[in-house]
Design a protein around this ligand. Structure first.
Ligand SMILES: [Zn+2]
Ligand SMILES: [Zn+2]
Length: 350
């Protein structure tokens, strides 16, 4: 199979011919039809996240948001067959630990992340462990490009907005950072009836946010978002979502909340902060502000997400800006260094 391989951090990926994976008894092999290029890939490519225990062995085939067709299954995989159309959550679970039993498969420590801890969707074929619990069947209405668009950023936003922060119709929800996760959160929160405010430093990202349902947009390099939000919401937002991951977004997000507000943290930090952001804890105590972390999306939440997509209530595919061949990944990763990408880029050919 062909794959885009990272042989060194921060150096261009190389298109190589690799041996086809063969499944063990509990595994499946997926033929990838679409795989998104995610900012998480950029972080891994940079060698980030050692401070949260991310250990990457090179060479590595990245890629953790994909849809495709089952190519082969192991002898013990009973509920999927070759030809089935599937996607996977990026965090692989075991199906029989305390987290899996509680419906929190996104917290299962068994296998780690596809495309980070083992080879992923930048190759034409991907080996999926414990396939019975990690494969998610796609409804006919959800094509592979939609599946690639759901892969990580969109499902992360869905779990955060729906399961973790439990957005309510009519609530003011402010999204800081309109990258892949942020624009997904804008679309999902708007579709579920929230009044969404989008905050970015780039006008073209704010235009995209308006197209996805944001009712107010704020350019943080021109205006003070906290003051504008307090003004338009008459006192503060019900919910803030940091989809970026920096003191420049987390702190103003928390300061924009009204009393009893909920803050959803979706973005992880970069090299400068290494996971440490000073928070206004006194104000958070006095106002009963909740700080809620969210990671990926448990497999048990996929039926709801896929049903909303199949019925046209949510539209992740609309966020796909470009389909690309694998040799163009390097251009996308390079432009992510300057936050110059808008929407999703999906590999559909090698
Ligand atoms: Zn588990
Ligand atoms: Zn991702």
């Amino acid at each position: 199979m062909k794959a885009a391989v990272m042989t060194q951090f921060r150096e261009p990926l190389e298109i190589q011919e690799l041996p086809d994976p063969t499944p063990g008894p509990h595994d499946a092999v997926i033929r990838v039809e679409g795989c998104g290029v995610c900012r998480s890939d950029w972080h891994v490519w940079q060698g980030d996240w050692k401070w949260i225990g991310v250990e990457v062995n090179l060479p590595l085939v990245m890629g953790h948001e994909f849809g495709g067709v089952v190519e082969a299954v192991g002898t013990e995989v009973r509920n999927f067959r070759p030809g089935d159309r599937v996607t996977v959550p990026f965090h692989m679970s075991c199906g029989h630990c305390e987290y899996c039993y509680r419906g929190r498969s996104n917290l299962c420590p068994a296998h780690g992340v596809v495309g980070v801890n083992f080879h992923g969707g930048y190759g034409q074929l991907v080996l999926i462990p414990d396939a019975s619990v990690n494969l998610v069947r796609l409804p006919d209405e959800v094509d592979s490009l939609s599946a690639a668009a759901i892969g990580c950023r969109y499902m992360t936003a869905y779990h955060g907005v729906v399961d973790r922060i439990k957005i309510q119709p009519g609530e003011w929800a402010v999204v800081f950072g309109i990258g892949g996760v942020g624009i997904s959160a804008v679309q999902i929160a708007s579709s579920l009836g929230a009044q969404v405010v989008a905050v970015s430093t780039k006008y073209e990202k704010l235009t995209l946010a308006r197209n996805e349902g944001a009712v107010i947009t704020i350019n943080a390099s021109a205006d003070d978002p906290v003051a504008v939000i307090k003004d338009v919401t008459r006192g503060g937002a019900d919910v803030t979502i940091d989809a970026f991951g920096s003191s420049k977004t987390t702190i103003p997000a928390i300061r924009s909340l009204k009393r009893g507000g909920r803050h959803l943290q979706l973005g992880l930090t970069s090299k400068q902060e290494q996971g440490i952001i000073p928070l206004p804890v006194d104000a958070m105590v006095l106002q009963e502000i909740e700080f809620i972390g969210s990671l990926g999306c448990p497999v048990t939440s996929y039926p709801g997400l896929l049903a909303l997509i199949a019925r046209g209530k949510l539209n992740p595919k609309r966020l796909v800006k470009n389909t690309i061949t694998a040799d163009k990944i390097n251009q996308v990763l390079s432009s992510m260094t300057n936050f110059a990408t808008t929407g999703f880029h999906v590999i559909t050919d090698w």
